[in-house]
Design a protein around this ligand. Sequence first.
Ligand code: FAD
Ligand code: NAD
Length: 466
Amino acid sequence: MSKYDVAVIGSGPGGYVAAIRCAQLGMKTAIIEKYHSLGGTCLNVGCIPSKALLDSSHHYDDAMKHFEEHGIEIPGEIKINFEKMIARKKQVVDTTCDGVQYLMKKNEIDVFTGMGSFVDATHIKIDGEKSETIEAANTIIATGSKPGSLPFITLDKERVITSTEALSLKEIPKHLIVIGGGVIGLELGQVYKRLGAEVTVIEYMDRITPAMDKTLSKELMKVLKKQQVKFHLSHAVNKVERNGDAVKVTAKNKKGEDVVFEGDYCLVAVGRRPYTDQLNATAAGVKINERGQVEVNEQMQTNVPNIYAVGDVVRGIMLAHKAEEEGVFVAEVLAGQQPHINYNLIPNVVYTWPEVASVGKTEEELIAAGIAFKAGSFPMRALGRSRASGDVDGLVKILADTTTDEVLGVHIIGARAADLIAEAVTAMEFRASAEDIARMSHAHPTYAEAVKEAALAATADRALHV
Ligand code: FAD
Ligand code: NAD
């Protein structure tokens, strides 16, 4: 029987990064993945394929709507070859997943393909093409998450679908009904809207992306409405029916009336659930809490001392970079180090266009906590860079402590917000004041100038270009 210092179950961003860091720190490491392709949800059916389709559909949208204003004329009709778009997405995924395979080899990590399940706290059975058992002094559970649903919905995965199927459709829907105005619903909704589908988003709460700062939710909805995405807020879906190629979704509005939506596809995007289904955690004595998460302490350690867990399968926001931080954290704990994760500074991004990105506290959270703050905003349309590219929608909002001027939250909607947020994370990690950011030189012309201007506005209402 092969023996390891560490076995990692699951090869998503939490698992494969944990494995690499363990190997870097000199531990004999194995990784177990049920699929042949490494990389987990993120690389196979999450972050990477969704961004590939967002980028492809963005190019099409630009060609259809914006080339002309730049003086670019395309003789003949611009057409979508959807099969090719999906094939390109697959190629991007395959190349990225092969990269993980390469990294495992480079770091001398043994890869086992098959479903991993605990025999006891130090033995894991792997059921793949053959069945084998390995021994591990320590195990890291990184089994991730699966799409969630609602109790009354039958996901037939043809017409009533999750994000996984939405990333590999055979045709562009005529009318895509999206249940859930969260990040998946909006990203994939925008993909199909750009490709010509009618898109209707039904959201239970009174705003989209409910966890984000309200200013961003409002601004994003305004922009998406301009792009003809339809929204029905404060609607609770209570029935989804399929009849041949048609789907019918019924939701209760605020007045308690049933509202019926008819389309040809329904994307269910109401959150994801931790995945431990076939792990046999009880055989190792590992506690799963009432939310289905593997329960961990501050060291990411389960109730069984030699078993740890990271990523979507534990508490906290379900993001690839959060999973990665936790993967590195556990490896360093196992090596006797004292690592640290600043959960307040895990940035959150929605890859619509304009992109939405935020870090730190929202205005609503600061109000609820009774923290006195000042807010400074700057509109993207006031930037020379935005006018040059034509990306004028959006704004940057900076929240700073009234007394100390320390930056407490940065909220951005606009072109390349996903990249701009890194400056805010860096500044906040070093506990910068709004004035610190305001006094740093930002290259001209860039979108980043909006961050400087919002910081000037937060410092003492002294933005220069509004
Ligand atoms: P996962 O990536 O889910 O990996 C878990 C792996 O474990 C899987 O490969 C699974 O097959 C394997 N596994 C499970 N059980 C077993 C077992 N018993 N034996 C063997 N193997 C097992 N996050 C971002 O930060 N940015 C984005 O842009 C983004 N976009 C997304 C888009 C979509 C459509 C979706 C669905 C998610 C997106 N996410 C994004 C979220 C991100 O994918 C997850 O937060 C991330 O993948 C979590 O990583 P993980 O390692 O915890 O788990
Ligand atoms: P989400 O939590 O972002 O959004 C789900 C939405 O569905 C919420 O707004 C919720 O109020 C709504 N909802 C719940 N029940 C409903 C009902 N009965 N009727 C109508 N609306 C209802 O979840 P998601 O969009 O499914 O994404 C899952 C996770 O994947 C996210 O939490 C995120 O962490 C991750 N993800 C991240 C990215 C990214 O980082 N860009 C992209 C995709 C997914």
